[in-house]
Write a protein that binds this ligand. Structure first.
Ligand SMILES: *Cc1c(COP(=O)(O)O)cnc(C)c1O
Length: 479
């Protein structure tokens, strides 16, 4: 917390909550961890909750709720049509985003499906700052395709650019000018997920919205990771540092035609929402929601979750609360960087991203440096991260194994879930692993191609056992 100065201690991120309900966890022994990752086919997606000490796979649907959210869940009005829960959430959305129409759906990817069904035809294109798996799959399913418009620095793993998620406006305008009629909409992703939760500047969003107006194309904001992005606008973009979070959201929202979000992230709940001001567009999208998701007053969400999102959205307007995620991530990244461990910079939202190509440069691309490092991190610490590289990369041609543009391990930081001491434990184990990185070996798929990110792999040697033996040598009986 920037607002608190320390007397004689090194500043640490400060939690702005007290804990009311806890969930027990344990640290499996290093031998149990080797067995678990073998059983899981060296794929962290296949580990089970009981195998984990720190679950840092994702930030989707795993954020802690407040006592006020849990309390609000009890007033959920399970009324099929005309529910007062719908009205309360709609009013909250109007208050924050100034948009009159709201369509609930069951989670973020359902928003993407509804929008693709509503606007994407064979031959359509959707320009976007960067792609996101669940989003582009729906666009392709409907016969369209996407075009990435990220500015030059966006894919730079080490950079000081505060807004790596910005659009290349020249490229976007060229596409709109040349292909205007085929553009279904422009998708603007806040807190750009796949380049490391990197923010987009408000000025850049406004310029994109301006171009959309000029060429008569819908602007659609994916606000799933808006919470972190808002913190970065407030702290990194001088023109807006004097404004409140609510004022910043208002400026952003007024410029966008449609906003959608995963409420498994924004709003600390479990659900999704599409919001807009145009009645005709609302009626158009509503028919798809009614057919595929649920009656348009709940769209597949439970009314309890809708009440929790209503209260959670107020929390996302509170600067002290939204600062914590990015501050934990910055702490993690800075401590690791100081220890010489290669991380993606500047720190973004969502999580800390470790650069596997630099951590384990001796592992070749076809033995998956990111996946191997994710397995090794689990063996060293009991923490589960997510590979972001070749394993995760979709297969365009079933004959050719694709390589990711990067080989990263993402350690997501679920909001308000872990403490600073747990982060310190993780940092310590990562430092040990870095000093022993030459022991980490590669992994290979067990099954014939093409592969899927959920498939099992195997270690190319007994490196996991050798890594565990070194752990025992250095830590004795310690967990
Ligand atoms: C997580 C995410 C989604 C999908 O949300 P789910 O609720 O997990 O389906 C969409 N867009 C972005 C940018 C996300 O980070």
């Amino acid at each position: 917390m920037e607002k608190v100065k320390y007397y004689n201690r090194k500043p640490l991120p400060l939690e702005m909550h007290k804990v009311c309900i806890v969930q027990k966890t344990r640290i499996p022994t290093v031998e149990e961890r080797v067995n678990a990752i073998r059983r899981a086919g060296f794929n962290t997606y296949r580990l089970e909750s009981d195998d984990l000490y720190l679950d840092m796979l994702t930030d989707s649907g795993v954020n802690a709720m407040t006592n006020e959210q849990l309390g609000a869940m009890m007033i959920g009005d399970d009324c099929y049509a005309g529910s007062s829960t719908y009205k309360r959430l709609k009013n909250k959305i109007k208050e924050i985003f100034n948009k009159d129409y709201f369509l609930p759906v069951h989670q973020g990817r359902a928003c993407e499906y509804m929008l693709a069904l509503s606007y994407v035809k064979p031959g359509s294109i959707v320009p976007m700052n960067f792609q996101f798996g669940t989003s582009v799959n729906k666009i392709r399913y409907c016969g369209g395709d996407y075009v990435i418009c990220i500015q030059e620095d966006g894919l730079n793993r080490q950079s000081s650019n505060p807004f790596k998620g910005d659009f290349d406006l020249v490229k976007l305008e060229r596409i709109l000018r040349e292909k205007g009629d085929n553009v279904a909409f422009v998708r603007i992703e806040a807190g750009t997920n796949l380049i490391g939760g990197q923010p987009i500047a408000l000025d850049n969003m406004l310029a994109v919205a301006e171009l959309c107006k000029k060429y008569g194309v819908l602007s659609v904001l994916d606000a799933s990771l808006l919470q972190d992005n808002l913190h970065f606008i407030k702290t990194r973009e001088n023109a807006y540092s004097g404004m409140s979070i609510r004022e910043i959201v208002r400026i952003m929202s007024d410029a966008m035609d449609i906003i959608y979000f995963s409420a498994r992230k924004l709003g600390f709940g479990r659900g999704g929402a599409i919001i807009l001001n145009d009645e005709t567009e609302f009626e158009h999208i509503k028919t798809f929601v009614a057919n595929f998701e649920g009656f348009p007053t709940f769209g597949g969400m439970s009314v309890k979750e809708m009440e929790a999102i209503r209260v959670g959205l107020d929390d996302t307007m509170d600067e002290d609360i939204i600062a914590q995620g990015p501050q934990f991530i910055e702490y993690l990244c800075t401590e690791l960087e100081d220890a010489g461990i290669p991380v993606v910079t500047p720190p973004g939202g969502l999580g800390c991203h470790i650069d596997a190509m630099k951590f384990v440069p001796h592992i070749k691309r076809d033995e998956f440096p990111g996946g191997s490092l994710a397995a090794a991190i689990y063996i060293a610490s009991g923490a589960r991260g997510m590979e972001r590289g070749g394993i995760d990369e979709p297969w365009e041609d079933p004959e050719v194994e694709p390589y990711g543009s990067m080989e990263l391990v993402r350690l997501a930081v679920p909001r308000r879930v872990y403490t600073v001491s747990q982060m310190n434990y993780l940092i310590d184990r990562l430092c040990w692993l870095y000093d022993n990185r030459e022991l980490i070996g590669g992994i290979k798929f067990e099954t014939p191609a093409p592969h899927n990110f959920y498939d099992a792999l195997n270690s190319v040697s007994d490196w996991p056992e050798r890594l565990a033996a070194k752990f025992r040598e250095d830590f004795g009986e310690s967990l």
